[in-house]
Design a protein around this ligand. Structure first.
Ligand code: NAP
Length: 248
Protein backbone atom coordinates (compact mmCIF):
# COMPACT_ATOMS: atom_id res chain seq x y z
CA UNK A 1 0.00 0.00 0.00
CA UNK A 2 1.06 3.57 -0.63
CA UNK A 3 2.55 5.58 2.23
CA UNK A 4 0.17 8.39 1.31
CA UNK A 5 -2.81 8.00 3.55
CA UNK A 6 -4.97 11.11 3.77
CA UNK A 7 -6.69 12.58 0.72
CA UNK A 8 -8.78 15.73 0.38
CA UNK A 9 -10.94 16.00 -2.73
CA UNK A 10 -12.73 19.30 -3.32
CA UNK A 11 -16.19 18.92 -4.80
CA UNK A 12 -16.16 15.21 -3.96
CA UNK A 13 -19.92 14.78 -3.64
CA UNK A 14 -20.75 14.18 -7.25
CA UNK A 15 -19.47 13.80 -10.80
CA UNK A 16 -15.73 13.49 -11.35
CA UNK A 17 -14.98 14.35 -7.70
CA UNK A 18 -17.03 11.41 -6.43
CA UNK A 19 -15.29 8.98 -8.80
CA UNK A 20 -11.92 10.33 -7.63
CA UNK A 21 -12.88 9.86 -3.95
CA UNK A 22 -13.88 6.25 -4.61
CA UNK A 23 -10.71 5.49 -6.59
CA UNK A 24 -8.41 6.97 -3.92
CA UNK A 25 -10.26 5.08 -1.18
CA UNK A 26 -9.81 1.85 -3.17
CA UNK A 27 -6.07 2.66 -3.20
CA UNK A 28 -6.07 2.73 0.60
CA UNK A 29 -6.43 6.45 1.41
CA UNK A 30 -8.76 7.91 4.02
CA UNK A 31 -10.77 10.53 2.17
CA UNK A 32 -12.09 13.94 3.16
CA UNK A 33 -14.99 14.64 0.82
CA UNK A 34 -15.44 18.40 0.43
CA UNK A 35 -18.69 20.01 -0.72
CA UNK A 36 -20.05 23.54 -0.95
CA UNK A 37 -23.83 23.07 -0.78
CA UNK A 38 -24.49 19.44 -1.69
CA UNK A 39 -24.22 17.88 1.77
CA UNK A 40 -26.48 14.91 0.97
CA UNK A 41 -24.45 13.92 -2.10
CA UNK A 42 -21.19 14.25 -0.16
CA UNK A 43 -22.61 12.04 2.61
CA UNK A 44 -23.59 9.53 -0.10
CA UNK A 45 -19.99 9.46 -1.40
CA UNK A 46 -18.68 8.92 2.13
CA UNK A 47 -21.23 6.15 2.73
CA UNK A 48 -20.13 4.42 -0.48
CA UNK A 49 -16.52 4.49 0.76
CA UNK A 50 -17.49 3.20 4.21
CA UNK A 51 -19.57 0.42 2.64
CA UNK A 52 -16.52 -0.69 0.65
CA UNK A 53 -14.48 -0.93 3.86
CA UNK A 54 -12.75 2.45 3.60
CA UNK A 55 -12.82 5.56 5.75
CA UNK A 56 -14.25 8.95 4.80
CA UNK A 57 -15.43 12.20 6.37
CA UNK A 58 -17.35 15.04 4.77
CA UNK A 59 -16.28 18.65 5.16
CA UNK A 60 -18.02 21.80 3.97
CA UNK A 61 -16.18 24.78 2.52
CA UNK A 62 -16.69 27.16 -0.36
CA UNK A 63 -13.21 26.90 -1.84
CA UNK A 64 -13.39 30.46 -3.18
CA UNK A 65 -13.33 31.73 0.44
CA UNK A 66 -9.89 31.38 2.01
CA UNK A 67 -11.06 31.41 5.64
CA UNK A 68 -13.45 28.50 4.91
CA UNK A 69 -10.55 26.57 3.38
CA UNK A 70 -8.44 27.23 6.49
CA UNK A 71 -11.22 25.82 8.68
CA UNK A 72 -11.60 22.83 6.38
CA UNK A 73 -7.88 21.97 6.55
CA UNK A 74 -7.88 22.33 10.34
CA UNK A 75 -10.82 19.90 10.58
CA UNK A 76 -9.29 17.38 8.20
CA UNK A 77 -5.96 17.50 10.07
CA UNK A 78 -7.75 16.94 13.37
CA UNK A 79 -9.83 14.03 12.07
CA UNK A 80 -7.56 12.30 9.54
CA UNK A 81 -4.08 13.76 9.99
CA UNK A 82 -1.96 15.81 7.59
CA UNK A 83 -3.29 15.94 4.02
CA UNK A 84 -0.85 14.17 1.71
CA UNK A 85 -3.05 13.88 -1.37
CA UNK A 86 -4.94 16.94 -2.59
CA UNK A 87 -7.24 16.86 -5.61
CA UNK A 88 -8.49 20.30 -6.62
CA UNK A 89 -11.63 19.24 -8.45
CA UNK A 90 -14.29 21.82 -7.45
CA UNK A 91 -15.38 23.79 -10.47
CA UNK A 92 -18.21 25.79 -11.96
CA UNK A 93 -19.23 27.21 -15.34
CA UNK A 94 -21.06 30.47 -16.09
CA UNK A 95 -21.09 30.39 -19.88
CA UNK A 96 -21.85 33.42 -22.00
CA UNK A 97 -20.64 35.07 -25.17
CA UNK A 98 -18.21 37.93 -24.51
CA UNK A 99 -20.59 40.85 -25.18
CA UNK A 100 -23.04 39.41 -22.68
CA UNK A 101 -20.64 38.04 -20.08
CA UNK A 102 -20.85 40.05 -16.88
CA UNK A 103 -17.83 40.86 -14.71
CA UNK A 104 -19.59 38.86 -11.95
CA UNK A 105 -19.75 35.77 -14.18
CA UNK A 106 -16.07 36.16 -14.95
CA UNK A 107 -15.05 36.74 -11.34
CA UNK A 108 -17.14 33.91 -9.86
CA UNK A 109 -15.63 31.30 -12.19
CA UNK A 110 -12.09 32.55 -11.54
CA UNK A 111 -12.89 32.62 -7.81
CA UNK A 112 -13.91 28.96 -7.56
CA UNK A 113 -11.80 27.35 -10.27
CA UNK A 114 -8.51 29.24 -9.90
CA UNK A 115 -8.45 30.99 -6.51
CA UNK A 116 -10.06 27.90 -4.95
CA UNK A 117 -7.26 25.71 -6.28
CA UNK A 118 -4.65 28.21 -5.04
CA UNK A 119 -6.20 28.37 -1.56
CA UNK A 120 -6.09 24.60 -1.09
CA UNK A 121 -2.68 24.23 -2.71
CA UNK A 122 -1.26 26.85 -0.36
CA UNK A 123 -2.81 25.22 2.70
CA UNK A 124 -1.67 21.72 1.73
CA UNK A 125 1.87 22.75 0.75
CA UNK A 126 3.31 23.49 4.20
CA UNK A 127 2.58 20.03 5.63
CA UNK A 128 3.64 18.26 2.44
CA UNK A 129 6.94 20.14 2.30
CA UNK A 130 7.57 19.46 5.99
CA UNK A 131 6.86 15.73 5.55
CA UNK A 132 8.72 15.69 2.21
CA UNK A 133 5.89 13.81 0.56
CA UNK A 134 2.71 14.71 -1.25
CA UNK A 135 0.63 14.42 -4.38
CA UNK A 136 -1.42 17.25 -5.81
CA UNK A 137 -3.65 16.87 -8.86
CA UNK A 138 -5.53 19.83 -10.24
CA UNK A 139 -8.49 19.21 -12.52
CA UNK A 140 -8.07 21.53 -15.49
CA UNK A 141 -9.92 21.14 -18.80
CA UNK A 142 -9.20 20.88 -22.50
CA UNK A 143 -10.80 24.36 -22.62
CA UNK A 144 -7.71 25.60 -20.77
CA UNK A 145 -5.53 24.15 -23.53
CA UNK A 146 -7.39 25.13 -26.70
CA UNK A 147 -10.06 27.64 -25.56
CA UNK A 148 -13.82 27.41 -26.09
CA UNK A 149 -16.30 29.92 -27.49
CA UNK A 150 -18.73 31.01 -24.79
CA UNK A 151 -16.31 30.02 -22.04
CA UNK A 152 -13.73 32.82 -21.87
CA UNK A 153 -14.05 32.86 -18.08
CA UNK A 154 -13.88 29.08 -17.69
CA UNK A 155 -11.04 28.60 -20.20
CA UNK A 156 -9.01 31.40 -18.59
CA UNK A 157 -9.51 29.81 -15.16
CA UNK A 158 -8.37 26.42 -16.44
CA UNK A 159 -5.35 27.85 -18.28
CA UNK A 160 -4.54 29.52 -14.96
CA UNK A 161 -4.84 26.16 -13.21
CA UNK A 162 -2.30 24.72 -15.65
CA UNK A 163 0.20 27.55 -14.98
CA UNK A 164 -0.44 27.19 -11.24
CA UNK A 165 0.30 23.47 -11.55
CA UNK A 166 3.61 23.97 -13.38
CA UNK A 167 4.82 26.72 -11.04
CA UNK A 168 3.91 24.77 -7.89
CA UNK A 169 5.55 21.67 -9.37
CA UNK A 170 8.81 23.58 -9.89
CA UNK A 171 8.61 25.05 -6.39
CA UNK A 172 8.15 21.70 -4.64
CA UNK A 173 10.00 19.29 -6.93
CA UNK A 174 12.93 18.84 -4.54
CA UNK A 175 10.61 18.25 -1.58
CA UNK A 176 9.02 14.96 -2.61
CA UNK A 177 5.82 16.69 -3.71
CA UNK A 178 4.47 16.23 -7.23
CA UNK A 179 1.92 18.56 -8.78
CA UNK A 180 0.13 17.58 -11.97
CA UNK A 181 -3.01 18.50 -13.87
CA UNK A 182 -5.58 16.34 -15.57
CA UNK A 183 -7.47 17.96 -18.43
CA UNK A 184 -10.76 16.18 -19.08
CA UNK A 185 -12.56 16.52 -22.39
CA UNK A 186 -16.32 15.96 -22.45
CA UNK A 187 -17.34 13.92 -19.39
CA UNK A 188 -20.94 12.90 -18.58
CA UNK A 189 -21.78 14.77 -15.33
CA UNK A 190 -24.21 17.43 -14.05
CA UNK A 191 -21.90 20.00 -15.64
CA UNK A 192 -22.48 18.70 -19.17
CA UNK A 193 -26.03 17.29 -18.84
CA UNK A 194 -27.73 20.63 -19.74
CA UNK A 195 -26.08 20.64 -23.19
CA UNK A 196 -28.56 20.02 -26.02
CA UNK A 197 -28.48 17.12 -28.50
CA UNK A 198 -27.25 19.34 -31.36
CA UNK A 199 -24.23 20.54 -29.36
CA UNK A 200 -23.50 16.96 -28.23
CA UNK A 201 -23.60 15.69 -31.82
CA UNK A 202 -21.26 18.49 -32.89
CA UNK A 203 -18.81 17.74 -30.06
CA UNK A 204 -18.84 14.03 -30.78
CA UNK A 205 -17.46 14.73 -34.26
CA UNK A 206 -14.28 16.08 -32.63
CA UNK A 207 -13.67 13.08 -30.38
CA UNK A 208 -11.56 10.43 -32.15
CA UNK A 209 -12.76 7.70 -29.76
CA UNK A 210 -16.34 8.58 -30.76
CA UNK A 211 -17.73 8.65 -27.23
CA UNK A 212 -18.05 10.93 -24.24
CA UNK A 213 -16.02 10.08 -21.16
CA UNK A 214 -17.20 8.79 -17.79
CA UNK A 215 -16.08 10.22 -14.42
CA UNK A 216 -14.21 6.94 -13.85
CA UNK A 217 -12.03 7.63 -16.92
CA UNK A 218 -10.76 10.78 -15.21
CA UNK A 219 -10.52 9.18 -11.77
CA UNK A 220 -8.21 6.44 -13.08
CA UNK A 221 -5.74 9.04 -14.35
CA UNK A 222 -5.91 10.97 -11.06
CA UNK A 223 -5.37 7.80 -9.01
CA UNK A 224 -2.31 6.94 -11.09
CA UNK A 225 -0.81 10.42 -10.63
CA UNK A 226 -1.43 10.08 -6.86
CA UNK A 227 0.25 6.69 -6.66
CA UNK A 228 3.84 5.80 -5.73
CA UNK A 229 4.31 4.70 -9.35
CA UNK A 230 4.04 8.32 -10.52
CA UNK A 231 6.87 9.65 -8.32
CA UNK A 232 8.93 10.87 -11.30
CA UNK A 233 6.05 12.69 -13.02
CA UNK A 234 5.52 16.34 -12.10
CA UNK A 235 4.32 19.52 -13.80
CA UNK A 236 2.46 17.56 -16.46
CA UNK A 237 -0.96 18.01 -18.00
CA UNK A 238 -2.60 14.71 -18.84
CA UNK A 239 -5.56 15.08 -21.20
CA UNK A 240 -8.31 12.51 -20.67
CA UNK A 241 -10.39 13.38 -23.69
CA UNK A 242 -10.75 10.43 -26.08
CA UNK A 243 -8.07 11.99 -28.28
CA UNK A 244 -9.79 15.37 -28.74
CA UNK A 245 -6.69 17.50 -28.28
CA UNK A 246 -3.93 15.23 -29.56
CA UNK A 247 -1.23 17.29 -31.22
CA UNK A 248 -0.85 17.46 -35.00
P1 NAP B 1 -20.22 18.84 -11.39
O1 NAP B 1 -20.85 17.51 -11.54
O2 NAP B 1 -20.97 20.07 -11.77
O3 NAP B 1 -19.67 18.98 -9.89
C1 NAP B 1 -19.05 20.14 -9.45
C2 NAP B 1 -18.48 19.90 -8.09
O4 NAP B 1 -17.80 21.09 -7.66
C3 NAP B 1 -19.56 19.60 -7.06
O5 NAP B 1 -19.09 18.58 -6.21
C4 NAP B 1 -19.68 20.92 -6.31
O6 NAP B 1 -20.06 20.77 -4.95
C5 NAP B 1 -18.27 21.44 -6.37
N1 NAP B 1 -18.21 22.88 -6.17
C6 NAP B 1 -18.73 23.86 -6.94
N2 NAP B 1 -18.49 25.05 -6.41
C7 NAP B 1 -17.79 24.84 -5.28
C8 NAP B 1 -17.24 25.68 -4.28
N3 NAP B 1 -17.35 27.01 -4.36
N4 NAP B 1 -16.58 25.11 -3.24
C9 NAP B 1 -16.46 23.76 -3.14
N5 NAP B 1 -16.98 22.91 -4.05
C10 NAP B 1 -17.62 23.45 -5.12
O7 NAP B 1 -18.88 18.94 -12.26
P2 NAP B 1 -17.88 17.82 -12.84
O8 NAP B 1 -18.21 17.67 -14.27
O9 NAP B 1 -17.79 16.65 -11.97
O10 NAP B 1 -16.53 18.68 -12.79
C11 NAP B 1 -15.50 18.45 -11.86
C12 NAP B 1 -14.27 19.19 -12.34
O11 NAP B 1 -13.91 18.72 -13.63
C13 NAP B 1 -14.47 20.70 -12.47
O12 NAP B 1 -13.28 21.37 -12.09
C14 NAP B 1 -14.70 20.87 -13.95
O13 NAP B 1 -14.36 22.16 -14.39
C15 NAP B 1 -13.79 19.81 -14.52
N6 NAP B 1 -14.12 19.39 -15.88
C16 NAP B 1 -15.29 18.77 -16.17
C17 NAP B 1 -15.55 18.40 -17.48
C18 NAP B 1 -16.81 17.72 -17.89
O14 NAP B 1 -17.00 17.49 -19.11
N7 NAP B 1 -17.70 17.35 -16.99
C19 NAP B 1 -14.62 18.67 -18.48
C20 NAP B 1 -13.43 19.30 -18.15
C21 NAP B 1 -13.18 19.65 -16.84
P3 NAP B 1 -21.62 20.85 -4.47
O15 NAP B 1 -22.23 19.52 -4.83
O16 NAP B 1 -21.54 21.10 -3.01
O17 NAP B 1 -22.23 21.97 -5.24
Amino acid sequence: MSELKTALVTGGGRGIGRAVCLALARGGASVAVNYASGEARAAETAAMIDAAGGHAVIVRADVSVFSECEEMFARVRAELGEVDILVNNAGITRDNLLPRMTPEEFASVLGVNLSGAFHCLKLASRGMIKNRRGRIVNIASVAGLVGNAGQTNYAASKAGVIALTKSAAREMAKRGVTVNAVAPGFIETDMTSPLGEDIRAEMLKNIPEGRFGAPEDVAAAVAFLCSDAAAYITGQVLAVDGGMTMGG
